[in-house]
Design a protein around this ligand. Structure first.
Ligand code: SF4
Length: 154
């Protein structure tokens, strides 16, 4: 690992769970954005960091989050001394999804007595289920009606 990569990784580790924006990394390293991007990519390929695509003030960038607590060389030295370290799991991406609970409760599977025995290739198979098929067809028809109605208004 190059000295610049080590320096970058150290900064990302120090940023903790909130991570460091890629644009801030290259500014702090005093390098240009292309080099900053290359370093981040190399660290991600080595599975030392994750890169989450984020939008900051209307511009797309990456949030860099460390997956390790230490720089690998330091890790090896400490392992020799018997010091253990932890590799963190990547943080789950934040999803901005609105869930319509009322709609979910209309899915026939939520009230089905065969739910536990239902699986692809089994006797009760979602791909062949008439109840689920009817529900999906009804949903598609409703969506098409809404789309036609909104197009008629425009
Ligand atoms: S797919 Fe059909 S059989 Fe399977 S759980 Fe849903 S409603 Fe029940």
């Amino acid at each position: 690992m190059s000295e610049l990569e080590k320096k970058a990784l150290k900064m990302i580790i120090e940023a903790g769970e909130k991570g460091l924006l890629q644009q801030d990394l290259w500014k702090r390293l005093n390098i240009d954005s292309r080099d900053g991007s290359r370093i981040a990519l190399r660290l991600a390929k080595k599975k030392l960091i994750t890169r989450e695509l984020v939008t900051v003030r209307g511009r797309k960038t990456y949030r860099l989050i460390a997956l390790v607590d230490k720089i690998p060389e330091e890790e090896k030295e400490e392992e020799k001394k018997g010091v253990s370290y932890e590799r963190r799991l990547p943080r789950a991406p934040k999803l901005d999804v609105k869930v319509n609970l009322k709609l979910i409760l209309t899915i026939p599977c939520t009230r089905c007595p065969y739910l536990k025995r239902c699986a692809p290739g089994q006797f009760y198979d979602p791909a062949k289920c008439p109840k689920l098929t009817a529900w999906l067809q009804h949903r598609v028809a409703r969506l098409q009606q809404r789309r036609s109605a909104s197009q008629a208004i425009q």
